[in-house]
Design a protein. Structure first.
Length: 115
């Protein structure tokens, strides 16, 4: 089992920045890929970015050039640096870990972009 706890969400003005953090615990040695997903009201959950144990990253088109995913294996942390935030980035952001057999999700952190 893997436990994930997100933090770092909040209210930011358009054009601002936030850094989300995801702390992993449990059977972290089994994690192959970790990612950030988001879900806006009335919409399906969607991929934002993923990073493998080896550091390979994938970004949604909406995140390219503005968001950066990174991980600190020593601290069992995954981060999402978000810049030039837009109102359409408003959503609950979730951390997900995949160990090759199962997906594990955090509880989510709210990000609101508004003036």
């Amino acid at each position: 089992q893997v436990q994930l706890v997100e933090s770092g969400g909040g209210l930011v003005q358009p054009g601002g920045s936030l850094r989300l953090s995801c702390a992993a615990s449990g059977s972290i040695f089994s994690i192959y890929v970790t990612g950030w997903y988001r879900q806006a009201p009335g919409k399906q959950r969607e991929l934002v970015a993923t990073i493998t144990r080896g550091g390979t990253t994938i970004y949604a088109d909406s995140a390219k050039g503005r968001f950066t995913i990174s991980r600190d294996n020593g601290k069992n942390m995954v981060y999402l640096e978000m810049n030039n935030l837009k109102p359409e980035d408003t959503a609950v952001y979730y951390c997900k870990a995949y160990n090759g057999a199962s997906n594990f999700w955090g509880q989510g952190t709210q990000v609101t972009i508004s003036s």
